[in-house]
Design a binder for this molecule. Sequence first.
Ligand code: GLA
Length: 460
Amino acid sequence: MIGSISEQCLSGVCRPAVSTVLPERRLCVQGGEAMSQQSLIISGVSWFDDRGRTVNAHGGCIVGENGLCYLFGEYKTDEENRFAGFSCYSSPDLVHWTFRRIVLPQQADGLMGPGRIGERVKVMRCPTTGRYVMFMHSDDLGYRDPRICYAVCDTIDGDYEFRGPMTFRGEPIRRWDPGVFQDDDGTGYLLVHEGDIYRLSDDYLSAAEQVGEGIALGGEAPAAFKLGGRYWMLFSNKTSWDCNDNYCLSAPSMRGPWTYQGLFAPEGSMTCNSQSLFVIPVHTDRGMVPMYMGDRWSFPHQASAATYVWQQLSVNQGRLRLAEYWPAWSPVSGKEEPFEGRRIDVGFRSDRAGESVTIPFHGSRVALTGRADQWGSYARVGIRRAGMGGESAMVVNPIFVSWYAKSPDFGYRYVSPELPEDDYIVSITVTGEMPGWTDKTGQRFGSVGSFVAVDHLLVM
Ligand code: GLA
């Protein structure tokens, strides 16, 4: 069961629903050529789906079914913040993602209609009805009209039917940042900002009882799971699209009492430059590991540049830890693995709009490294076939890539999709923007510069 990570799972007795069973090297056949590619979870870079577009599913969750992981999330645009639909992707290995569909598009009118915000989609299968229930945050564009809403569907990745606001005692729940948790006995819970917790009705279509109130005042982005015989909840502070040092609480039951357990990532790391989202069990060769899923938001170019920070959690002497940040790791071995590539030194740093660097390479995949920090901004990064001009030469369309990080980060900035081995040119063009935004109270956050820095190109 997703969300509940029992001790049994930890000792490897049971196989969690999300299991990674593919061999470490996946034989990938493209364009008539066979290539051996690393299957790695790479945090902080855009991922590409089976269509060659960025995996665009933010603020969501993963549900495991029939050996597949279904990733739900906000289908962002690169231009604006209004609701553009919730997406669903599937993967056998948490690395290769197939776009399934927009499971909830913008509605013709109403709470999820034009001019509304739609965020933090969560899905659970209700054991009583067998139906899938989707939870979401609906709001106006200024975040002044929050509502938790829901939709239902008979299949995991079908067209969800929007039903409207979720109620408690007949009144809409006017909160934001929904999280969900399903306990071992099938009881469903809805979590919202400030740490209110509701037990859901048997059909999951309304809140039946409030079992927690204000357990994390000032907190948002709740994620709940069970680990080491205790219930855990993660929260972030409120800094809008910026990240902060997230924290956790634990309790002997979902009803509490909840006790503050401090930060779970190193102080000042800004939770590896991410915001808490969800936790799932992943079955690796070294047993079950609980995987923290965080969002590295990138306003305003979220569709291209918002990325995923998926890291391993552990409980040591009763303390929850996300100790070491692994830029890349194998969900099969459960160990850190660097992107293997021939290194080309680049040494490019610029904040001038339009300035660019182009690097030719022969290979099937590339990664860019370079420092991201609070002076960082965006570049457009794309790949074209060498020796050809015009549109048809483009093999990976340019996307926005972010060099902004609240806490300095030296990981990968861009990793290309897998390509047939050939001669290519990667181009990096500085946009010159200074990305910034305001939170729900009007305070400004974001970058103080427009720099882009590329140290190396790694060629596989
Ligand atoms: C926080 C929330 C997000 C979103 C942004 C908007 O990060 O957790 O879901 O509402 O604020 O500012």
